[in-house]
Structures are given as structure tokens and as C-alpha cells.
Design a protein around this ligand. Sequence first.
Ligand code: MRU
Length: 358
Amino acid sequence: MREQLLAAEKVKAIDWRDGALYLLDQRALPFEETWVRYDSAAAVAQAIKDMVVRGAPAIGIAAAYGLALGVRARLAEGDDWQMALEEDFEVLNNSRPTAVNLFWALNRMRERLYRLKDSDDALAIMNAEAEAIHESDREANLTMAQLGVDLIRRHQGNLQTLLTHCNTGALATGGFGTALGVIRAAYLDGLVERVYADETRPWLQGSRLTAWELLNEGIPVSLNADSAAAHLMKTKGITWVIVGADRITANGDVANKIGTYQLAVNAMHHGVRFMVVAPSSTIDMNLESGDDIPIEERAGSELLELAGKRVAADVDAVNPVFDVTPADLIDFIVTEKGVVERPDKAKMALLMCRKRLH
Ligand code: MRU
């Protein structure tokens, strides 16, 4: 299946070449495919904040390249370059709060930085570390896709009707996706009849990005309002909800795009299986439970306006953009280290002791 999956990789959103970072501007999709060039850490941090690049693993990868750009600029400034680089760590660290992949990638870059010797080519090594982070995410996607498909086949062998939320595909990762990677692989394996994609209010990752990715690959997809999900579970024979994650805590609670929690409640009520697909870089063993996860609040204008035009009455809006699904609503967490069924603290700890499966 690996070869089949690699052949199915069509879209990419992050490109590192000639010492610069190129990002496919996700704000312009699906109507325009515009690539923007970045050559400083501060500019990459702003791109993350503005959601030119989004999705937990993709944010981490972009931040690692942003830091590598910082290293080049700081080296040119002189002897105290490592001290000056702290400013770049700081600006990247502050770009978005919820997805832990961002901090994970920056920590990995920091660890590599600390191991540099005086005789090393610092720039080459830090560039290579960012590239390795990118490549390992791509590999993780492939492993998770295979594990996810095995689960679907094991639990329900026939054609499946799936529901997903937000965008977890090639646009959100270094490869072809987490949850969407499993869905792609299941389709290649002949297991998918139809995918329902939540539109994912208010930023519309579902209608603008997931629908675009699936359409490009000829995977049967229908778009639905987020509020239609329970009704669809009841009437359309949905067998699996498959979503990604932005941060998973030590007890197996999962932060993901706002609306995921209500999907899990509805899935349990309707006997629909609930699968979370995320690389281990999304797991934060430093936090005991989902209550400790900082939840990003974005501007109310994302709700009050549509395409820049006011559509709401003259009210304030509250716009938390992630929520936390408690572990006891989750059937499976699929990572590149293996699968956790009915997650809890002990199972998460065991998983994190394991090596990657690839
Ligand atoms: O606000 P976004 O678009 O960055 O949120 C993205 C999500 O919530 C995804 O579901 C999550 O990052 C998993 S992506 C593989």
C-alpha cells in the first residue's frame, strides 16, 4: 500500500528551496493557487498567525523552517548569534497557542542547536534538522494511513460512509494527511462509498480545503453544514467519524477544531466509531488533561462577516477555534507509533515509550 499511497500524493503546501520557504496561501483556496516566498522568521510567524499555513503538523514544519531562516540571518549578524536567535524562537512560539506541534518542532530545533560544536556548519545542520522534521511527518502520515485502514477493515469490512471535520490533508501536514490520509488510503483500498465533509465554521477549512483536496482526487465527497452532522449520522449510515488533532494530553483528551467535541458526543449516541489520527508530535505528555490546553480565540469578525461583508446584527461574537473531546468519547487514537484503543493515561504512557513504526 505504501507505493500506492506515495503515488497518490498530489498536493503540497510547503516547499523549501534555494534557502527560502514557499507556502501555498490557504486563504486564497480553492479559487487561487498562490505561493508566497518567506525569508525571515518573523515573516513565517506572521504567516502562521494569519493562517497562510495552518493545520497542526504544517504549522510545526513551517516554524522549523522559520527558525532555520532565523539562523541564517543571525549568523550574518556576528558572534552573539545564538543569543539573538532567542528573539526568533520567541516570535515563532507566540504565533498560535493550541497546536503543540509548533512548540514540539521549535524544541527539537533548540535541542539540535544546543548540540552544535564550534567546528560545525550551523546553518547546514539547522536546515537539515528542519528538513528532517518535514520528512518525518510525511513518513508518519504513511504509517498512520495504513494503521487507520487496518482498523476500518477489521471493524467494518464493507463500503464505508465517513464523516470528517476541518482540513487534515496535504494542506495541513508534511505529507498527504492525518485523518484525510486514512480516508485517502481507505478509498484506494476500495472501502469508501462517500465522505461527508463538515464545512467547519467559521474559517471554512472543510468547504474550502477538504472538499477541494477530495474533489481533486475524485473521492466522492458531499459538503454539509456542521449542524447537520447528527442528522447525517442518523440518516446516512455513517460508520466512522475520522478527525485530526491539535494537542492530545497525557490522559488521551483531544483538542481539535471547534465542533469536534459535539461530533464525538453525537457519534457515541448513534453508535458511530470515532477515530483520531495524529502523529506523536501532537501528543503533549506535559499536560495532564484537556483542561490545561490553551484554546485559541480568534477575532469575532470571522463570525460576524462573510467574505469581508457584515452578515450579523450589531452584536459581539465569541470565537473559540478549538475544543476538547474527552478521552472517554474516543474509540481510537492512531499515531505512527501505533494505535491506542479507548485511550487513558496508562495506555498513552505506554504508547509514548514505543518507537515509531517506520
Ligand atoms: O485552525 P486550523 O485550521 O489550524 O485547525 C486545524 C485543525 O484543527 C486540524 O484538524 C488539526 O490541526 C489536525 S491537521 C492534521
